[in-house]
Write a protein that binds this ligand. Structure first.
Ligand SMILES: O=C(O)CCC(=O)C(=O)O
Ligand SMILES: [Fe+2]
Length: 406
């Protein structure tokens, strides 16, 4: 296992899926990546270059808006924790994250209904019997869009990017299912798509999930001491969703991945690729067979050599003065889904592959398995409240905030 990781993080070419002669090879590579490191690059992903560049070129104007315009989009306005957070407003592992970000999501209306146990819109065919007075439904709701005057074309470019990466994420999940040896489409029910024929599980109807996309800017490190790289975002497992599809903009490095041996491996930007990793829910669903791999971003004040020498041929050294931008897409799951429900979709043959966590730097299986947090929505609410206490106190009140902050 270690030998694979030491060769560098795997790069999988998804276009092999279209060629019957190459598909088996791709699925073999995917199985290895899933069970050995849980962190990989994909190329041949099918998202058009213009869809990516149309959003990427709006990142400087988005972040360079006047301070008041950004403040007007603050997450503090949003019970859904959607909007802008300023530089160093978030904390990971007790330390400030030196980045600023816009949190956006699939554009969806409010569904939370505090005094009702049934949806008020009468759309009972997909949602019957659901209790929308549960507080975690309040996480779901519309975006705060920047104004056309400040960032012209933003909503159109963002929506096109969202839709394309959503499509990629669904296609990729089908490959994961095949790599697991279960029918492609088994997890379609989570995304409110009709499950494919041949799926033995009778799918429950879920409310379509809301995917979240962060647009992040890491300013260059404030220190010129190259040994003192600062925390862009502290070591963490992704907790927002099922899978993460990260686009790293430009050439600025900083992303690092914790290997099972406890070494930090660089995950530099590679042109025309997305990085894929797995969230806490995926780790919990597979009982740790696929890890929610720990990663972090260190902001570099000076150029550091990438670990894979071949990359140097294709890259100019990073400049010290460029900010680093990145765009993670967190594939959402229905908020009322429970760990045991998700697990019922995963065959025992996969769950048995759990590596012994003892002695592994990946540590024990996610706290998402904690029975106190019955549904995904419950664990998401806890996560958002813990990272944005001010938003929580404003919109959810002190009792709720105190409960989840304990
Ligand atoms: O900026 C990056 O490259 C990674 C960001 C990340 O891991 C996160 O926001 O969860
Ligand atoms: Fe992350």
């Amino acid at each position: 296992m270690a030998s694979t990781v030491k060769r560098g993080l795997p790069i999988l070419d998804l276009s092999k899926a279209d060629d019957p002669a190459q598909k088996a090879e791709l699925l073999g590579e995917l199985r290895e990546a899933l069970f050995q490191i849980g962190f990989l690059y994909i190329k041949g992903h099918g998202v058009s270059p213009s869809t990516i560049s149309d959003l990427v070129k709006l990142l400087p104007p988005l972040f360079n808006q006047p301070t008041e315009a950004k403040a007007a989009l603050s997450k503090k306005n949003s019970p859904h924790f959607l909007g802008y957070s300023g530089y160093a407003e978030e904390v990971t592992l007790g330390e400030k994250d030196l980045r600023e970000q816009f949190d956006l999501a699939t554009e969806l209306p409010v569904i939370y209904a505090p005094s009702a146990h049934k949806p008020q819109n009468g759309n009972s065919s997909t949602t019957s019997g659901r209790d929308f007075s549960k507080l975690y439904w309040r996480l779901r709701g519309p975006n705060q869009w920047p104004s056309e005057a400040h960032v012209p074309g933003f909503r159109t470019a963002f929506t096109r990017y969202h839709d394309a990466v959503q499509e990629l994420s669904y296609r990729f999940v089908h490959l994961v299912e095949e790599a697991f040896g279960i029918p492609a489409g088994t997890f379609d029910a989570f995304f409110s798509k009709a499950a494919s024929a041949g799926n033995a599980v009778v799918p429950k109807k879920y409310v379509p999930p809301q995917h979240r996309i962060k647009l992040i800017r890491y300013p260059p490190s404030p220190t010129s001491d190259s040994s003192a790289r600062s925390q862009g975002v502290g070591a963490h497992k992704d907790s927002s969703g099922w899978l993460t599809f990260l686009y790293q903009v430009g050439r600025e490095e900083g992303l690092q991945v914790l290997s099972p041996d406890g070494d930090w491996i660089s995950a530099p930007p590679i042109e025309d690729t997305f990085v894929v990793n797995f969230g806490n829910a995926f780790e919990a669903a597979t009982e740790g067979a696929v890890k929610a791999t720990v990663h972090r971003v260190l902001v570099c004040p000076t150029y550091t050599m990438p670990e894979a020498p071949v990359l140097i041929l294709f890259k100019a050294p990073s400049s010290t003065s460029n900010p680093r931008y990145s765009i993670p897409f967190f594939q959402g799951l229905p908020l009322d889904i429970t760990v045991s429900e998700i697990q019922s979709y995963i065959p025992l043959s996969v769950r048995r592959l759990r590596r012994d966590s003892e002695g592994s730097a990946h540590g024990a299986v996610s706290s998402f398995l904690d029975p106190r947090w019955d549904s995904l929505g419950e664990s998401q609410l806890r996560k958002w409240i813990r990272s944005h206490e001010d938003v929580a106190r404003t919109w959810y009140g002190d009792d709720v905030a105190d409960f989840y902050l304990q």
